[in-house]
Design a protein around this ligand. Structure first.
Ligand SMILES: *[C@@H]1O[C@H](CO)[C@@H](O)[C@H](O)[C@H]1NC(C)=O
Ligand SMILES: *[C@@H]1O[C@H](CO)[C@@H](O)[C@H](O)[C@H]1NC(C)=O
Ligand SMILES: *[C@@H]1O[C@H](CO)[C@@H](O)[C@H](O)[C@H]1NC(C)=O
Ligand SMILES: *[C@@H]1O[C@H](CO)[C@@H](O)[C@H](O)[C@H]1NC(C)=O
Ligand SMILES: *[C@@H]1O[C@H](CO)[C@@H](O)[C@H](O)[C@H]1NC(C)=O
Ligand SMILES: *[C@@H]1O[C@H](CO)[C@@H](O)[C@H](O)[C@H]1NC(C)=O
Ligand SMILES: *[C@@H]1O[C@H](CO)[C@@H](O)[C@H](O)[C@H]1NC(C)=O
Ligand SMILES: *[C@@H]1O[C@H](CO)[C@@H](O)[C@H](O)[C@H]1NC(C)=O
Ligand SMILES: *[C@@H]1O[C@H](CO)[C@@H](O)[C@H](O)[C@H]1NC(C)=O
Ligand SMILES: *[C@@H]1O[C@H](CO)[C@@H](O)[C@H](O)[C@H]1NC(C)=O
Length: 466
């Protein structure tokens, strides 16, 4: 067993060491394919100990207080399966990803009731939440995860991505800021006043991926439209490549909530990579990829190791934020495949990050991973999110051995297309309406202040306050 040179770490582990005779660590040899698979297997196993959706009395794919995180879990599982060939979790993955489909657009019917019952806990439905489930379904189609024809309504993965897209483009809101998607879906939610990067950059990415998979121009037109609007707003600069977190509709998007989060950069970069590939190598999209990649690395690396700079040094990352660099790891690996000229820049960072992450997975004498990777030791934190991000960075490194890129409908993808998916869903609203009755609205209004305070505290998004 390899012992870390750090005295602090040694002290922390001395007692368990005396009893067990060894320190548990993930031994990662980055040049060895099997070693990477083994590391991913270890973290994925631990990640799945937090998932109970396949157990009696539980609902597949449901994380009632943090619904969107189910999509992050399934995204990690999809890539784990694809790059390692381990099918252990495929049944849970397939059932969970299908179960939450709602009316073909990832707005499951329990959703609105969850909003009411858990508002006091700071839980809300955002466009970004729905979008992440759409991206998970898109990934399933692109990695040739077989459609779930015999589960529930049997929506195909591609149609689920299309359903989310169809729902969200109807929410495009020109009543303020000449366009853009709001953060929250329902008017009574405070985030409704914000237009933010993850929602718009997420839909941009989804549209670009649909364009490439289906080779359909209308998706690309929307991707371009979302991009252009983002550039015209304070969210995205196509000269400095700064990506802000949010902007405010109450002053017509004049101000910028400029918190720097890695996933905001990552989602625009990933979408630009798909547009580059879809356009067979447009130089404009190449510039965008390079510009955003450069800034991502400028802002979110310590010694070539991915770091969420806004919260890691102060050990204040919330559950969402712990997942960001894991998502970015995945998006970097896909970008390296879709824009081959970036491969030599991206792979070394994925490698140093994975090596550091492995050294962070020495907790509790059972390979528990921490939040921070750059310290190359366990930081004492524990949770599903830590395990998901570690899985993400390990499987991202598999592109060194398996360069099979996400497929399209002409390169092996067979997920069934339904261009009008989700359009039968009448239970949900467009951005200027609400399904909520006026009685509900009055109640919601009273609770909003409580809800907002909780949400802001949870997200650490200071922008709402100022
Ligand atoms: C590792 O140990 C911790 C502390 O006992 C525990 O909470 C966690 O579930 C364990 N992880 C695994 C994968 O067994
Ligand atoms: C749920 O899946 C896990 C694998 O992650 C498996 O160990 C467990 O037996 C399954 N439980 C049920 C009830 O199917
Ligand atoms: C909605 O809730 C019901 C009752 O708890 C449950 O049976 C069903 O599976 C849930 N659906 C989803 C999509 O979570
Ligand atoms: C689509 O491809 C997947 C994976 O290659 C395969 O399992 C599935 O049977 C195929 N579906 C159809 C309808 O051909
Ligand atoms: C940046 O965006 C603006 C506004 O959309 C556009 O006019 C300009 O051509 C873009 N510049 C580059 C270098 O793409
Ligand atoms: C890219 O090239 C392929 C193959 O030549 C072609 O079918 C496709 O239409 C091209 N895409 C675009 C957006 O020009
Ligand atoms: C698009 O992605 C494929 C798969 O990685 C790659 O072979 C191809 O070269 C890319 N296209 C361009 C224009 O770089
Ligand atoms: C990003 O670009 C700037 C300006 O060209 C350069 O100084 C910097 O080193 C680049 N950063 C990375 C990480 O390549
Ligand atoms: C909408 O509902 C009708 C009637 O149930 C059905 O025939 C049609 O296939 C549905 N369309 C979509 C896109 O789901
Ligand atoms: C809501 O938006 C639709 C178009 O999306 C528009 O036709 C309608 O007038 C709007 N209603 C209100 C009350 O603004």
């Amino acid at each position: 067993m390899h012992l870390s040179g750090s005295w602090t770490l040694l002290k922390g582990l001395l007692i368990p060491l005396l009893f067990s005779g060894s320190i548990s660590a993930i031994e990662l040899d980055i040049s060895d394919e099997q070693s990477i698979k083994d590391a991913a297997s270890t973290t994925t196993y631990a990640m799945m100990t937090y998932y109970h959706g396949n157990e009696t009395g539980h609902i597949p794919g449901s994380f009632p207080t943090k619904w969107w995180e189910g999509s992050a879990l399934f995204l990690a599982l999809l890539q784990y399966w694809h790059f390692t060939g381990d099918t252990t979790y495929n049944d849970e993955l397939r059932v969970g990803l299908e179960w939450q489909a709602g009316d073909n657009d990832y707005l499951p019917t329990n959703y609105s009731s969850w909003i009411f019952t858990s508002r006091a806990n700071g839980w809300a439905k955002g466009n970004d939440d729905q979008m992440f489930w759409g991206l998970a379904a898109m990934t399933a189609a692109e990695l040739k995860f077989a459609d779930a024809t015999n589960i529930g309504s049997g929506y195909s993965w591609l149609s689920l991505a299309q359903g989310v897209y169809n729902y969200q483009i109807k929410e495009w809101d020109t009543t303020t800021c000449d366009g853009g998607l709001r953060w929250q879906i329902w008017t009574y939610e405070s985030g409704y006043d914000m237009k933010n990067s993850i929602s718009n950059g997420g839909l941009f990415q989804l549209a670009a991926r649909l364009a490439r998979y289906t080779n359909t121009e209308s998706y690309a037109t929307w991707a371009q439209k979302i991009w252009d609007w983002s550039v015209s707003s304070p969210l995205l600069s196509n000269t400095t490549w700064n990506v802000a977190d949010s902007t405010d509709t109450t002053n017509n998007c004049k101000t910028q909530g400029d918190d720097q989060w890695s996933y905001n950069y990552g989602t625009y970069m990933m979408g630009a990579a798909y547009m580059y590939n879809y356009t067979n190598g447009s130089t404009v999209w190449l510039e965008a990829v390079n510009g955003l990649l450069n800034k991502t690395f400028d802002h979110f690396l310590s010694d070539d190791i991915l770091e969420e700079k806004l919260c890691e040094p102060s050990a204040s990352c919330n559950d969402n934020e712990i997942l960001f660099k894991g998502l970015v790891s995945s998006w970097l690996s896909f970008t390296a495949l879709l824009v081959p000229s970036t491969y030599d820049t991206i792979l070394p960072v994925l490698q140093t990050s994975a090596q550091a992450a492995a050294k962070s997975c020495t907790g509790h004498n059972n390979n528990t991973c921490g939040v921070t990777w750059y310290k190359s030791e366990y930081d004492g934190l524990i949770g599903m999110e830590e395990q998901i991000s570690a899985t993400n960075i390990f499987v991202a490194n598999m592109i060194a051995f398996d360069s099979s890129a996400p497929v399209t409908s002409t390169t092996g993808g067979n997920s069934t297309s339904n261009p009008t998916a989700g359009e039968n869903d009448t239970s949900t609203s467009t951005s200027n309406e609400s399904v909520i009755t006026s009685g509900d609205k009055a109640g919601a209004g009273i609770l909003t202040a409580v809800f907002v305070a909780g949400w802001v505290a949870m997200m650490g998004w200071t922008v709402l306050g100022g």
